[in-house]
Design a protein around this ligand. Structure first.
Ligand SMILES: Nc1nc2c(c(=O)[nH]1)N[C@@H](CN(C=O)c1ccc(C(=O)N[C@@H](CCC(=O)O)C(=O)O)cc1)CN2
Ligand SMILES: NCC(=O)N[C@@H]1O[C@H](COP(=O)([O-])[O-])[C@@H](O)[C@H]1O
Length: 240
């Protein structure tokens, strides 16, 4: 590894605390998990703005309750008062946002936003990418497709966002079993439980500058206790 990343509490206090924008379209349980982790000190950052296409969704209600500003995006016939992509970039700059976290957001992030925040937008998807991904694969539709395929394993993927749905660089995954008598709802609940842990783990690394990029463009997580160890390397405790 080229550079040492120190993240004990003293060293962490020397790292800039990051400013986060979270994008939701539904209940926002991943948003809530990240918000709680930030309050508990597990994430070295603050959620400074919530972006949604559904102003009445659970995630937006939670944000209002926590006095987090809510921005409606994208503009559409049903949301004429929503902001445009250009206006959203300007707003995120004004809020000095460092990273964008998609958490159940169901609209395509336009290339203008992707280019404005290079290697700075994450998404969590409820399958083991690249399987079961792309347009039409969201929410229960993903889990129904997994069950119908006969796959024995599934699980969440956290990846960087590019111009297309679910094709950005994979950062981390977790595996859960698919049981023979699983309903889509039961599988969704098992995967969601792991999503909450995985997203907090990755956002924690992101905010502590513990994501390094391999020469071939693959992002890797450095261990918090020993940042010279890669979480997915042979000598990592996680892989024994
Ligand atoms: N540029 C990107 N934008 C988004 C990504 C991405 O990887 N790149 N991820 C999605 C989240 N997502 C899967 O993780 C996803 C969300 C929604 C869809 C989809 O098919 N949406 C429907 C509209 C659904 C609705 O409005 O209710 C559609 O586009 O027809 C696929 C994948 C977030 N954005
Ligand atoms: N393809 C995108 C997609 O399906 N995202 C999924 O939507 C759910 C949102 O739950 P939440 O609103 O409770 O965080 C999560 O399971 C997330 O993986």
């Amino acid at each position: 590894m080229e550079s040492y990343v120190a993240t004990d509490n003293t060293s962490r206090s020397l790292i800039q605390r990051k400013r986060l924008a979270v994008f939701v379209s539904g209940e926002g349980s991943n948003f809530k998990a990240i918000h709680e982790a930030a309050k508990e000190g597990l994430v070295h950052g603050d959620i400074t703005i919530l972006v949604t296409d559904k102003p009445g969704c659970g995630g937006a209600e939670y944000a209002r309750d926590k006095q987090i500003p809510v921005i409606i995006f994208p503009r559409s016939m049903s949301s004429p008062d929503a902001v445009s992509a250009t206006e959203l970039v300007a707003t995120l700059r004004n809020f000095e946002v460092n990273f964008l976290l998609l958490a159940g957001f169901l609209k395509l992030i336009p290339v203008e936003l992707v280019q404005a925040f290079p290697r700075s937008i994450l998404n969590i998807h409820p399958s083991l990418l690249p399987a079961f991904s792309g347009k039409g694969f969201y929410g229960l539709k993903v889990h129904k497709a997994v069950i119908a395929s006969g796959a024995r394993y599934s699980g969440p993927t956290v990846h960087f966002v590019d111009e297309r749905y679910d094709t950005g660089r994979i950062v981390a995954q977790r595996v859960v079993p698919v049981l023979a008598d699983d309903t889509a709802e039961q599988l969704a609940a098992r995967v969601l439980h792991q999503e909450h842990q995985l997203y907090v783990e990755v956002v924690s690394a992101l905010c502590e500058d513990r994501i390094v990029w391999r020469e071939d463009g693959v992002p890797l997580l450095c261990c918090r206790e020993n940042p010279n160890k890669l979480l997915s390397s042979k000598n990592s405790g996680n892989n024994r």
